[in-house]
Ligand binder design. Structure first.
Ligand SMILES: NC(=O)C1=CN([C@@H]2O[C@H](COP(=O)(O)OP(=O)(O)OC[C@H]3O[C@@H](n4cnc5c(N)ncnc54)[C@H](OP(=O)(O)O)[C@@H]3O)[C@@H](O)[C@H]2O)C=CC1
Ligand SMILES: O=C(O)C(=O)[C@@H](O)[C@H](O)C(=O)CO
Length: 277
């Protein structure tokens, strides 16, 4: 079993330095994959209303037999549920589907600028936290400008911003903003969804120097730039490989060499334009 270290979020709750993405993990196979991840040491399961697997995530939490307080579940409000009351109702539906009494980290999945209600949605999440439905609140795919508005208008700083982040899109300016405001960065598609990243010469070279796999070198890079990666894997073996990145360290030069792979977003997901209902 791998021991995954934790950090403190800006609301003084704990948060792991690495978690499990669950997009595409559904049905009995999905539950088994999540349970095996928890048995390997994962303590954070990342879901969303739109993944249509909250029922499976809740079942995995119950089946793995750990004390509920030892596990964190993240879910995300979709664009169709934006608005103050609609956000609260969305969270209540998620709790019902999960069959859990609390969501540990609730995020706004995408700002959906065309809907134009992310600020009201944030206010709804603040209310949901006050009612004890969720423990921590954060956002996903928010820009510096949007984060500034949330903070200025409500006085509540998101605990987390989960964004596309990998060596091809290292998000330097956004990470600097997060650091300045005490927002934890979380990396989605941390392996760039297994595009050619793992076979980049520089990744292979760094990995072989440490006696680890290219995937482990990439995940270690996330840890060292201060972002929590949530790699998805359905395979128990690959889950262990992905989590086993806390026994070696990249040099600052190696971190920089991976960051230098930057070439931009891999998908058409600019939060200023992307709409996802
Ligand atoms: N907030 C947002 O807007 C978004 C959030 N997310 C979240 O981020 C999570 C992770 O991102 P995702 O897009 O899934 O992409 P990842 O970068 O995590 O890549 C997942 C792919 O890599 C493969 N893989 C995983 N580990 C290994 C390994 N060690 N060796 C070889 N192949 C491997 C997986 O296959 P296999 O399962 O067979 O191992 C899968 O095909 C999602 O599951 C979701 O929870 C994702 C997109 C957007
Ligand atoms: O997986 C998620 O959480 C998403 O939001 C995806 O739809 C993501 O936006 C995507 O796949 C973009 O191509």
């Amino acid at each position: 079993m791998v021991s995954i270290p934790t950090i403190s979020l800006n609301d003084a709750t704990w948060f792991p330095e690495l978690g499990l993405g669950t997009y595409g993990l559904r049905g009995d196979h999905g539950i088994a994959a999540m349970v095996s991840a928890v048995e390997s040491g994962y303590r954070l399961l990342d879901t969303a209303v739109n993944y249509e697997n909250e029922a499976e995530v809740g079942e995995a939490v119950r089946r793995c037999g750990l004390d509920r307080d030892e596990l964190l579940v993240t879910s995300k409000i979709p664009g169709r549920d934006h608005g103050f009351q609609k956000a609260i109702a969305s969270i209540e539906r998620s709790l019902k589907t999960l069959r859990l009494e609390r969501i540990d980290l609730q995020l706004i999945h995408w700002p959906n600028p065309g809907v134009g209600r992310w600020l009201d949605t944030w206010r709804g999440m603040i209310e949901a936290r006050e009612r004890g439905l969720v423990r921590s609140i954060g956002v996903s795919n928010f820009t510096e400008q949007m984060l500034t508005t949330l903070i200025d208008e409500t006085g509540v700083t998101p605990a987390v911003n989960q964004v596309e982040l990998h060596p091809y899109f290292p998000q330097g300016p956004l990470r600097a903003f997060h650091r300045e405001h005490g927002i934890r960065t979380e990396s989605w598609s941390p392996l760039a969804r297994r595009t050619e990243l793992a076979s980049e010469a520089v990744v292979e070279q760094i990995a072989s120097g440490h006696g680890v796999t290219p995937t482990q070198a990439v995940l270690r890079w996330h840890v060292q730039i201060g972002s929590t990666p949530i790699p998805k894997s359905a395979s128990p073996q690959r889950q262990i490989e992905n989590a086993d990145v806390f026994g070696f360290a990249l040099t600052p030069e190696e971190v920089d060499a991976l960051t230098a792979l930057e070439r931009g977003r891999l998908w058409n997901g600019d939060p200023n334009h992307h709409e996802e209902m």
